[in-house]
Design a binder for this molecule. Structure first.
Ligand SMILES: Cc1ncc(COP(=O)(O)O)c(C=O)c1O
Length: 440
C-alpha cells in the first residue's frame, strides 16, 4: 500500500507527552480559543499520514482515532492531495447554486451507485454531518407531510439545534443549550451487552414505544453502529425489523452513516452487513479524506419531494471537498480498503478478545471492521467504569498512542485506525494498550 508521506511509520517518543512546544501552544490555546472546545490529547500536530501523527516536539504517535473516523484513507492520502492541489489551482469556489461544476455531480453519481439499493437515487451535498442529518429530516418531513422524528437511546447526531435534540447524552452535548427542536421522540435501542434481548425482541420493544407515544412519524433516524454512544452494534435482526416497520407505515428510514460509512466497518456502508436498504443515507467524515463534506443520498421520489431552492448552502459540495471525495473513493476502491478494514478487524479483535480473557474489567469487545471498542466495567458486574477508560487512555497517550473514549457512561475505549495503517503499528499499539491496562 502506498503511504501518504515520507513520515516514518514507527512510534517514536522524542520528549515526554506533552513536550515543551505543545505545552507552550496549549498555553496560547487557553488564552485564544473558547474553553468549550476540548482536546483529547494535549499535543499539537504538524504532519500526519499512513498510521501516524507527528507532533511539534518530534514525537510520532500511532493514530487509533483518524481524527474521529475521518481520515479513513489516511491523512494526506496521495490521490487526495493531488486532486485538491489541482482543483485549488483551477478554482476554489463558485457556489454550486450560482455556477455549478462537474465535481459535485460526479460525487452525487458515486454516492448514488455506492449506497445500498439499486433503486433510482438522488444526492445533495453539505459541509458537516450535523448539517446533513438536519437536511435528511427536512426532506423526510416534506416527503411525508408529517413532523415527528424518532431517534434512539445513546444516539449522537451532532451539535446543531435539531441534532442536539436527536442526540441522547446531555453532558457535554446538550447541557444548558436548550430549548431544543420540538417533535423529536426517543425509542429504546438494541444494546445486546446490557439488555440481553435478541434483535426482533428489541425491535418489538422500540416499535411498541413508537406506536404508543408517537403514532406514525415522518422518519426514524438511526446509526447502524452507534458512534459516540459507545460503538453499540444492535443485535442481528433489530435494524431489518425497524426498516420493515418503516416500509409498512410509510415512515422514512434514515441511516446516519456519518461515522460507520465509507469502508470503516468492512463494508462500504454498515447497513450492508444486514442487507439493509435505507430510504435515506447520511454520509460525512470518511467521505473526503479530511476535507469537510457531507451528503444525503436516497430514493429519488423522497429526495425530489423538496421544492427547488429548498436545499443548499453557500459551501455545500465545495469544489475542493468534491475533488477530495472523488480521490478518496478512488483510493478506497483501487487499494481494496473495504477488505483492509476486515483484515484490521481480524487482527485487532483477536488480540482484544485475548486481553479480555485475562481482564474482568473488559466487559465487552465489539464493533466491525476498523470500528472496534472495549466497554469497561467494574469486575464482578456490569457497572460502567469511566475512570478506568480515562486512566487507560491517558497511559496510552503518554506512550504515544492516540485512543479515544466514548459511550453514554464514558466507559468505552474506541479504536478507529486509518485503513492505511500498517500491521506493525497496530501490533505495537496493542502492546501499549496491554501495558496500559496492566498499570491502570
Ligand atoms: C453518527 C454521527 N452523526 C452525526 C455526527 C455529526 O457530524 P459533524 O461533527 O460532522 O457535524 C457525528 C459526529 O461524530 C456522528 O458520529
Amino acid at each position: 500500500m502506498t503511504l501518504s508521506t515520507a513520515l516514518t511509520q514507527v512510534r517514536h517518543l522524542e520528549t515526554e507527552i506533552p513536550g515543551p512546544r505543545s505545552r507552550d501552544l496549549m498555553a496560547r490555546k487557553q488564552e485564544a480559543v473558547a474553553r468549550g472546545v476540548g482536546t483529547t490529547m494535549p499535543v499539537f500536530a504538524v504532519r500526519a499520514g499512513g498510521g501516524v501523527v507527528e507532533d511539534v516536539d518530534g514525537n510520532v504517535l500511532i493514530d487509533l482515532g483518524s481524527g474521529i473516523a475521518v481520515t479513513t484513507v489516511g491523512a494526506s492520502a496521495p490521490r487526495v492531495v493531488d486532486a485538491v492541489r489541482e482543483q485549488a489551482e483551477a478554482f476554489t469556489h463558485t457556489c454550486f447554486m450560482v455556477t455549478p461544476y462537474e465535481g459535485y455531480v460526479a460525487v452525487a453519481e458515486r454516492l448514488n451507485r455506492l449506497t445500498p439499493g439499486t433503486h433510482e437515487k438522488r444526492s445533495v451535498l453539505f459541509n458537516s454531518g450535523a448539517e446533513a442529518v438536519e437536511n435528511a429530516i427536512k426532506i423526510a418531513r416534506v416527503a411525508t407531510g408529517r413532523q415527528a422524528v424518532v431517534a434512539f437511546d445513546h444516539a449522537y447526531h451532532g451539535r446543531t439545534n435539531l441534532t442536539m435534540a436527536l442526540t441522547a447524552k446531555s453532558m457535554p452535548y446538550k447541557q444548558g443549550f436548550g430549548p431544543f427542536a420540538p417533535e423529536v421522540y426517543r425509542a429504546p435501542l438494541s444494546y445486546p451487552y446490557r439488555d440481553g434481548l435478541d434483535g426482533p425482541a428489541a425491535a418489538r420493544r422500540a416499535i411498541d414505544v413508537i406506536e404508543k407515544q408517537v403514532g406514525t412519524p415522518a422518519a426514524l433516524v438511526i446509526e447502524p453502529i452507534q458512534g459516540e454512544g459507545g460503538f453499540i452494534v444492535p443485535a442481528p435482526g433489530f435494524l431489518p425489523a425497524l426498516a420493515e416497520w418503516c416500509r409498512a407505515n410509510g415512515v422514512v428510514f434514515i441511516a446516519d452513516e456519518v461515522q460507520s460509512g465509507f469502508a470503516r466497518t468492512g463494508a462500504f456502508f454498515a447497513s450492508e452487513h444486514e442487507g439493509l436498504v435505507p430510504d435515506l443515507v447520511v454520509s460525512a467524515k470518511g467521505i473526503a479524506g479530511g476535507l469537510p463534506l457531507s451528503a444525503v443520498t436516497g430514493r429519488a421520489e423522497i429526495m425530489d419531494a423538496v421544492h427547488a431552492g429548498g436545499l443548499g448552502g453557500t459551501y455545500g459540495g465545495n469544489p475542493l471537498a468534491c475533488a477530495a471525495a472523488l480521490a478518496a473513493i478512488e483510493t478506497i476502491e483501487s487499494e481494496g480498503l473495504v477488505d483492509r478494514a476486515r483484515k484490521i478487524e481480524m487482527l485487532m479483535k483477536d488480540r482484544l478478545l485475548r486481553l479480555r480473557k485475562d481482564d474482568p474489567r473488559i466487559g465487552d469487545v465489539r464493533g466491525r471492521g476498523a470500528m472496534l471498542a472495549f466497554e469497561l466495567v467494574r469486575p464482578g458486574g456490569d457497572e460502567p467504569d469511566p475512570e478506568l477508560a480515562r486512566a487507560v487512555s491517558a497511559a496510552a497517550h503518554r506512550q504515544g498512542v492516540i485512543v479515544l473514549t466514548c459511550g453514554t457512561y464514558g466507559n468505552v475505549l474506541r479504536f478507529l485506525p486509518p485503513l492505511s495503517i500498517s500491521d506493525e503499528l497496530l501490533e505495537d499499539a496493542i502492546e501499549v494498550l496491554t501495558r496500559a491496562f496492566a498499570e491502570s
